[in-house]
Design a protein around this ligand. Structure first.
Ligand SMILES: [Mn+2]
Length: 302
């Protein structure tokens, strides 16, 4: 077993199911979904409210509902962070890891190189995508590979080689997830629905690789799911942006904030994922909740 693999915890009996779990062998039923919490852009350090939203977003992990947590980047509000803040945040992640949750973090543009993680972030269950790499964990009788790399400013042309450098293609796993902190073609932000188009700093939809149950990315502060590029061609894998967990500017005033809970299971190439967005609190009065499919049916120009 590699140093980044862990033995599976026994599958939990979910609410609504019967309680015959202990009488079944580990291998039956063959596909027990593993639950993943995906949050991003917590921008911790802005103020106490951001910690409150972080905790709300973490709730599915702290209550034991999810086995894995992925933070999609911009954990902190800026790149030069004081030691007390690093200690507090890394301490929280380590506490989660101590409770049995595997924690993954994609460094975002706010923390690409200067967050002092070496001093505080040493927990073996907290993994950081500090370079293109793939981590494999065992959960629920499945192997789950998480591949990713830290924020790359000029990602447009580099994307395909960065994805290849993670080693995902050489990794055998039942479920594969690609973990990013990038803008991707079709992502929409702001009160006037600015739409990102392919370019130097934006991943083209056609470059989104197949073979992943889902692509999970931070950076875009509005929660959304992309399934097509701007020409209407289906993406090879679904792309999820969890969005920021708290409004970081007035441009986000109508947006619902929260995090995704995904169930991943075997099947197809790279496994399958289903998901649900968990909003904290009520959505803003004049807006729909997370507008997950709207752009795909009627993309607006910036
Ligand atoms: Mn951000």
């Amino acid at each position: 077993m590699s140093p980044t693999s862990y033995q599976a915890a026994p599958p939990r009996v979910k609410e609504g199911e019967d309680s015959r779990g202990p009488l079944r062998s580990q291998a039956y039923p063959p596909a027990v979904a593993v639950r993943v919490l995906f949050l991003s852009d917590t921008h911790l350090g802005f103020g106490e409210g951001f910690f409150d939203s972080f905790e709300k977003a973490l709730a599915p992990a702290t209550t034991g509902e999810t086995d894995l947590v992925l933070h999609g980047g911009d954990l902190f509000y800026r790149s030069r962070i004081p030691a007390w803040l690093a200690e507090r945040v890394y301490g929280r992640l380590s506490d989660l890891a101590d409770s049995g949750v595997d924690v993954f973090w994609v460094p975002g543009n706010h923390e690409r190189s200067s967050a002092p993680r070496g001093l505080f972030l040493t927990h073996p269950r907290v993994r950081v995508f500090d370079r293109p790499r793939t981590f494999v964990v065992e959960r629920g009788g499945m192997t789950i590979a998480l591949s990713g790399f830290p924020f790359a400013p000029r990602v447009g042309r580099a994307f395909t080689s960065l994805v290849a450098a993670t080693g995902h293609a050489e990794t055998r796993a039942d479920v594969k997830l690609l973990c990013l902190h990038q803008s991707i073609e079709g992502a929409t932000v702001g009160p006037f629905d600015f739409v990102f188009r392919p370019g130097e700093e934006v991943v083209s939809g056609r470059d989104v690789p197949a073979g992943f149950a889902a692509v999970l990315s931070g950076h875009i502060h509005r929660c959304q799911v992309l399934r097509k590029d701007l020409s209407g061609r289906p993406l090879a894998s679904p792309v999820l942006f969890a969005g920021s967990t708290e409004r970081t500017s007035s441009a986000e005033r109508w947006e619902t904030k929260g995090a995704f809970v995904l169930d991943v299971e075997r099947g197809g190439d790279g496994g399958r994922a289903t998901w649900e967005f968990r909003a904290h609190g009520a959505p803003p009065a004049e807006e729909d909740a997370c507008r997950v499919t709207r752009w795909a049916s009627s993309p607006r120009r910036p």
